[in-house]
Design a protein around this ligand. Structure first.
Ligand SMILES: Nc1nc2c(ncn2[C@@H]2O[C@H](COP(=O)(O)OP(=O)(O)O)[C@@H](O)[C@H]2O)c(=O)[nH]1
Ligand SMILES: [Mg+2]
Ligand SMILES: [Zn+2]
Length: 340
């Protein structure tokens, strides 16, 4: 196994799923672009065409197999998948990244942490299968980063919360510690929250100390949408384009994990089908009354659950519509079958 492939995250488990065909070379997708993509291979970065019938469409972070012509012929099964909803009135999902180990959920400290948005992004993050970590960027702009960290932690149960700043390098060591060589981190968060700045700063700090600068003077890490950037210490960081709004997509398990405190409280309600709206013996309402649970958090939980229910209904409707199309095609083929 070449050291470069290992730094890209290739391991025994990937090679056992791969093809024994020595003509096929593994590569990691750095970026996709209608019908083409950029891949990192064991010996450099290159453009690659996609074979016409390739399913699923490769996404950033995918492990793929290249044939002798450098065409992508297979996408290996994903370990983790970051998917968001395509839009408010759209039941489709958009795959943002694959095979992410640590998903950094970004909230900038240019304002107080937006706990509702954090919870929404955490539901998506838990659903992905990657380990979520909250990263509070632009900590230099906060009067009290420690207080902001404590506040964000209330919305991020079981999740590390790190304050970071590219101005003074705060939090860099913690980010590096979460990403040993061969690990892949990704950042999701609103546009303008400092994602690209952080990726560039982490990539360049050691680039400067090791004197590894391109001869044409251009930065090696000019930011391109959803680019998988190799870090100098052997990990990879995936920058995603800014998300204007994060729509959920099939995030029932992610919501459950994000609001595990409420889910646990609900098991103590007197009625099994308690809606937590005025029933006697409601443990959830009790927790709100004695201050253990914030009314804001409960309201956001209910909002995300309603969105999820709506989506699940739409999603089922879409599957039924697709099934009807299949039946129509089959019926037509049957009518048009050659007479005996
Ligand atoms: N004060 C401060 N500004 C930052 C920091 N990180 C990024 N910015 C600024 O925030 C703006 C948006 O940053 P950018 O990295 O493009 O955000 P992205 O859209 O999430 O990739 C830029 O003007 C950056 O200079 C930081 O740690 N501290
Ligand atoms: Mg950016
Ligand atoms: Zn209840």
């Amino acid at each position: 196994m070449s050291a470069n492939l290992a730094q890209l995250g290739w391991d025994e488990s990937w090679s056992s799923q791969s093809s024994p065909d020595p003509q096929l070379r593994p590569a990691r997708v750095a970026r996709t672009d209608r019908g083409r993509c950029v891949v990192h291979t064991g010996d450099g970065t290159q453009h690659a065409r996609l074979s016409p019938d390739l399913q699923p469409a490769p996404t950033t972070g995918d492990w793929v197999l290249l044939d002798a012509d450098g065409t992508v012929t297979a996408v290996l099964p994903r370990r983790t998948t970051v998917i968001r909803g395509a839009g408010r009135n759209d039941a489709r999902g958009q795959v943002l990244a694959a095979n992410v180990d640590v998903l950094f959920v970004i909230s900038p400290l240019s304002t107080a942490p937006n706990l509702g948005r954090l919870e929404r992004m955490l539901a998506l993050a838990w659903e992905s299968g990657a380990r979520p970590v909250v990263l509070l960027t632009k900590a230099d702009l906060s009067a009290d980063p420690e207080a902001d960290r404590a506040e964000a932690a209330q919305a991020a149960l079981g999740v590390d919360v790190i304050a970071a700043s590219v101005v003074d390098g705060l939090g860099f060591d913690e980010v590096r510690a979460l990403l040993p060589a061969g690990r892949t981190g990704a950042l999701i968060g609103p546009s303008g929250s400092g994602k690209s700045s952080l990726v560039n700063a982490l990539a360049d700090e050691e680039t400067l100390t090791t004197g590894d600068i391109r001869s044409d003077g251009k930065g090696r890490h000019t930011s391109t949408a959803r680019e998988l950037v190799p870090m100098p210490w052997g990990a990879l960081l995936l920058d995603t384009p800014g998300l204007r709004g994060v729509q959920l997509w099939d995030s029932a398990a992610g919501i459950e994990q994000t609001f595990s405190d409420i889910e646990t409280l609900a098991t103590e309600c007197r009625f099994g089908d308690c809606t937590h709206h005025g029933e006697p013996g409601c443990a959830v309402a009790g927790a709100v009354a004695d201050g253990a649970l914030s009314a804001r958090r409960l309201a956001n939980y209910e909002k995300l659950l309603r969105e999820q229910t709506w989506l699940a209904g739409r999603y089922d409707a879409r599957l039924r519509a697709e099934q009807r199309r299949v039946w129509k095609v089959q019926a037509k083929a049957y009518r048009q079958r050659p007479a005996r």
